[in-house]
Design a protein around this ligand. Structure first.
Ligand SMILES: C[S@@+](CC[C@H](N)C(=O)[O-])C[C@H]1O[C@@H](n2cnc3c(N)ncnc32)[C@H](O)[C@@H]1O
Length: 406
């Protein structure tokens, strides 16, 4: 079903063009998913959205609606292979402002290339019952409804306003999957067992409800994110029964916004004042700032994050001082302050009951001695007792337990 708005004919042409682009990039690999991309009107799911504008000081978000930029430009942008942010700060939409504004993205229509790659990696068959976590705009829910039939799809969205807009869009596009407003970390037991679980928000560990609600042999596909900010890219696990699952990272640097209960807690002024007053001896460190730079590849930061799973990373310079990386475990009141010295070395100061940077250094040195394997060579094992990320040997030097409380 298509929309009635001006430029409707070109919407069809743009949709076919997007499918062609995604097929050429290798993200769209099979005829059935291609047909879904060619059918589902993305413009129905994102009537308005924000374009990211970066300048040196801050990121601003420019509203894109038919009224502000014209129907044709909005339509053309809709069919580019871009993530379009649809909500800022848990409530603001593009229809709430005429001018660019600052804000933190809290809902979006994910990059179509990533959406279809995930759908391909989900390895569905015609009868797969799917649980989706993070309905967002409903576009990916629409694609799955087109491919599998809406009666096989259950999608959970935590934000009631976002869920309500997705429901309207899906209705307008002609699909009626089961839509649930709630915390997707808990899955949706009445629809279980599922053959597939797919999450378009990132988790710190695999929620036990997803494992329990997936039939043995079923698959869970998600990204994992930690509080230092490193994403795992996609990880796919096969559920093996009795609360267990096993899988591997699929590679890539894809990341999603954190699932709400898995996001890092805000740092209080109290802890920030304490950190600024920290005065301890400085020492040099072999694990320099390149470990913390995610643009050098996620793996080193992901390893650091596994070593100090409750720590957060804040990088800033005070006044005209140097850029300092602060590794902060607020719960334990511990901090490591890493000062990037000229060249590729660094100095560190640590305070609190645990030496956070010592833990990071040990983990990084183990990783270096194993030849710095990339994250797609690591595996994840889930049992009711623990969850482990490991390389080589699940109990070896390169294995870490994930925090399983949020
Ligand atoms: C990247 S967007 C989803 C993109 C969506 N699949 C699409 O195609 O438009 C992530 C969504 O996950 C939702 N979310 C975050 N935490 C959640 C949770 N615990 N349960 C369900 N949804 C959650 C957010 O509100 C947001 O709408």
């Amino acid at each position: 079903m298509t929309t009635d708005e001006p430029g409707d004919a070109s919407a069809t042409a743009l949709r076919l063009g997007l499918a062609e682009t995604l097929a050429a990039s290798g993200d769209l690999r099979t005829a059935r998913w291609r047909s879904a991309v060619e059918t589902v009107p993305r413009e129905t799911f994102i009537p308005g959205f924000f374009e990211r504008l970066d300048d040196l000081r801050e990121t601003m978000w420019r509203p894109i609606t038919p009224e502000l930029v014209g129907a044709q430009e909005r339509l053309t942008l809709t069919y580019t292979d871009e993530t379009w942010v649809t909500q800022l700060n848990h409530s603001v939409t593009a229809f709430d402002t005429d001018v660019p504004i600052p804000g933190v993205p809290t809902s979006s229509s994910t990059l179509p290339g990533l959406v279809v790659r995930m759908l391909e990696d989900l390895q569905v068959n015609d009868n797969s019952r799917v649980l989706e976590i993070g309905t967002g705009t409903g576009y990916s829910t629409g694609l799955m409804s087109a491919r599998l039939g809406p009666e096989l799809i259950t999608s959970v969205e935590v934000d009631p306003a976002v869920a309500s807009r997705a429901g309207q869009s899906l209705h307008e596009a002609g699909y009626a999957p089961r839509l649930i407003i709630g915390d997707g970390i808990l899955g949706h037991p009445p629809g279980a067992p599922y053959d597939r679980v797919i999450a378009t928000c990132a988790v710190r560990h695999i929620p036990s409800a997803w494992v329990a609600q997936t039939r043995p042999g079923g698959l869970i596909l998600t990204t994992m994110l930690g509080w230092l900010g490193a994403s795992s890219g996609l990880v796919r696990l096969e559920v093996t029964g009795d609360g267990t699952a096993e899988g591997r990272f699929l590679g890539g640097t894809d990341s999603f916004m954190p699932a709400r209960p898995h996001a890092a807690p805000p740092l209080t002024d109290n802890i920030c004042d304490w950190i600024e007053a920290v005065e301890t001896a400085e020492r040099t460190t072999v694990a320099g700032p390149e470990i913390l730079d995610p643009w050098d590849g996620w793996t080193s930061l992901f390893i650091a994050q596994l070593a100090v799973p409750d720590a957060q990373l804040l990088s800033y310079a005070l006044d005209d001082g140097p850029l300092l990386d602060h590794i902060i475990d607020a719960g334990q009141r511990a901090v490591a302050i890493v000062d990037r010295l000229p060249g590729r070395s660094a100095a560190v100061r640590q305070a609190g009951p645990v030496n956070l940077w010592d833990k990071v250094e040990v983990a990084i040195e183990e990783w270096w001695s194993a030849g710095s394997p990339s994250l797609d060579q690591f595996r994840v094992s889930v049992s009711p007792e623990s969850q482990t990320v490991w390389f080589g040997d699940p109990t070896g030097a390169l294995s870490w337990n994930l925090p399983t409380t949020t």
